[in-house]
Design a protein around this ligand. Structure first.
Ligand code: ATP
Length: 146
């Protein structure tokens, strides 16, 4: 099956580098599906989930924003932050949701509101990616005995 290189990097680290069959990413104007040999492209990303198809399986990551470039059968995502689903600390994200909600209730400026809303969107992306992984693992486990 045809593949393309996918690299996801942040200022801090290389998050992902593999040959993949398909990618779905949260483009600023909506979901972007990318297959091998896609035309050159440069777009901004919004907070959301990245889905990668590879070797007949799917995996998920969370991204908080950044840029996606397609060039010469290679996709590079330069992300503000990015985590593979298995790296996501669900309790930490839930705690950050609670803090952001409190900040929204007690806001004293538009800036507070904007920052809290952005934080909520980052956490939603993390919870979505982490829970998808959890659900998929649940699907594969044997049925529970009564
Ligand atoms: P927190 O308040 O919990 O730090 P945040 O949204 O402010 O959340 P960021 O500034 O977006 O955090 O990210 C800081 C670093 O921590 C990044 O490297 C990011 O990948 C990582 N990170 C943030 N939240 C999580 C999480 N729930 N699980 C794993 N890594 C996380």
């Amino acid at each position: 099956m045809a593949t393309m290189r996918l690299e996801i990097v942040t200022a801090e680290r290389l998050v992902y580098s593999e040959d993949v069959e398909m990618l779905v990413a949260p483009g600023i104007d909506g979901q972007l599906g990318i297959l091998p040999n896609h035309a050159p492209l440069l777009t901004a990303l919004q907070p959301g989930e990245i889905r990668v198809d590879k070797d007949g399986g799917e995996s998920y990551m969370a991204v908080s924003g950044g840029f996606l470039e397609v060039l010469a059968n290679k996709v590079t995502i330069l992300a503000d932050t990015a985590e593979r689903a298995e790296e996501i600390d669900i309790e930490r994200a839930e705690e950050a949701v609670r803090r952001a909600q409190e900040r929204i209730e007690n806001r004293t400026s538009d800036m507070d509101l904007q920052r809290a809303v952005f934080s909520l969107r980052r956490q939603q992306a993390r919870l979505l990616a982490a829970n998808r992984r959890r659900r998929r693992r649940g699907d594969m486990s044997p049925p529970q005995q009564p």
